[in-house]
Design a protein around this ligand. Structure first.
Ligand SMILES: [Zn+2]
Length: 281
């Protein structure tokens, strides 16, 4: 059943929920759907969230799933280029490395990734993948099987998606500057998505994946989410974008986006009610 409709679009029009995690499998070939949308802006300079609302909400297997997951990006965020590059400190803990619009990965960032158990095309940091595998097994053993919608995404791929989006807006008559601004509302600039790190996973229940076309906040009402939120810390994960931290993270509430930080940091963050931005400041 296809449900990518009213609720998502309503939120999108409200400018509230274009966070970026949706439908972004690494196997996705991406989308050029924006140009075919009847609701796409023509020569208007008025920002409109509708052109790519579809691809933002579609799982990769559905075709155009190259959308908002590009970077967990809020529509309202500035598209200005990040001022400084993260990951410069050699002694920085790779597990708690902060990546967001203000803290992009350096252009020289690289990570060794391996497939997550049970998947051919979901890659994760090789140093952390075992904990992810164990978490998935733990959920399955509890009778609450999870499904990985998206994990690692290379900076190169992020770059390609971002450029494609910029080109789309250029084609709509936007200036270069405005095109980049608009593109960044939907696709995080290269290096600014946690998915580029190889330590982020968009996780829903297997049941949810079968019955929903989008990732939405309603995932939090599932028993699988309850399990995940309760147990993820035991495997070194935190739910990265909680509802009460959007002002700090710059990302809307995403109950499906888990970030590996290691058990010690996960416990510390969870017990103290902190998000990663607060740990790094
Ligand atoms: Zn995500």
């Amino acid at each position: 059943m296809k449900k990518m409709g009213a609720s998502f679009l309503a939120l999108a029009v409200a400018g509230a929920l274009l966070t970026g995690c949706w439908g972004m499998g690494d196997s996705s070939s991406g989308s050029s759907s924006g140009g075919t949308s009847s609701s796409a802006p023509s020569s208007s300079m008025t920002p409109s969230p509708t052109p790519d609302a579809g691809e933002d909400g579609i799982y990769p297997e559905d075709g155009d799933g190259a959308g908002a997951d590009e970077g967990d990006r809020m529509p309202g965020q500035s598209s200005s280029q990040p001022a400084k590059a993260a990951a410069a400190q050699p002694d920085a803990d790779w597990r708690t490395l902060l990546v967001n619009a203000e803290h992009p990965l350096g252009s020289d960032f690289s990570v060794e990734t391996v497939p997550v158990e049970g998947y051919d095309d979901r890659l994760f940091d090789a140093r952390a993948v075992e904990d992810l595998n164990r978490m998935l097994k733990g959920a399955a053993d509890a009778g609450l099987p999870l499904y990985l919608v998206s994990t690692y995404r290379s900076v190169e791929r992020q770059t390609a998606l971002y450029r494609r989006k910029v080109n789309y807006y250029l084609g709509q008559g936007y200036t270069q500057e405005l095109a980049e601004q608009q593109a960044a509302r939907w696709v995080a600039a290269p290096g600014t998505s946690e998915h580029n790190l190889g330590l982020a996973a968009d996780i829903v229940s297997a049941d949810w994946y079968q019955n929903n076309d989008d990732l939405t906040g309603a995932f939090e009402e599932t028993p699988e989410f309850a399990w995940l939120s309760q147990h993820c810390v035991e495997y070194g994960f935190v739910l990265r974008y909680p509802a009460d931290k959007t002002a700090l993270t710059g990302v809307e509430y995403e109950p499906w986006h888990a970030r590996y930080v290691g058990v010690e940091a996960a416990r510390y963050l969870t017990e103290n009610g902190l998000c990663l931005e607060e740990l790094n400041t």
